[in-house]
Design a protein around this ligand. Structure first.
Ligand SMILES: [Zn+2]
Length: 83
């Protein structure tokens, strides 16, 4: 099941839950969330995908990149890696 990260679009209006960003597990078929389940503020989805090592022998690089790579949609078709 993919993990989705969401964050409040308007950080000032969000609650503690969505102000920073939160993670939720959803099936691919689930509709994406538009509002925070806690306070109803508008939220947007940050796309996260398992990071893939570029080289099988570069263990240090792979360790550093272990886990997830998260991207924020900057504009249509353009994503910014945030961590
Ligand atoms: Zn909230």
């Amino acid at each position: 099941m993919p993990i989705y990260h969401y964050e409040s679009i308007d950080g000032e209006k969000g609650c503690d839950y969505c102000k920073k960003s939160f993670q939720t597990t959803q099936s691919i078929n689930d509709a994406k969330l538009d509002t925070c389940p806690q306070c109803g503020s508008k939220i947007r989805r940050i796309i996260c995908a398992p990071a893939l090592g570029h080289s099988k022998t570069d263990l240090h690089y792979r360790a550093k990149r272990a886990g997830f790579k998260c991207m924020k949609k900057v504009q249509k078709g353009e994503y910014e890696t945030i961590y």
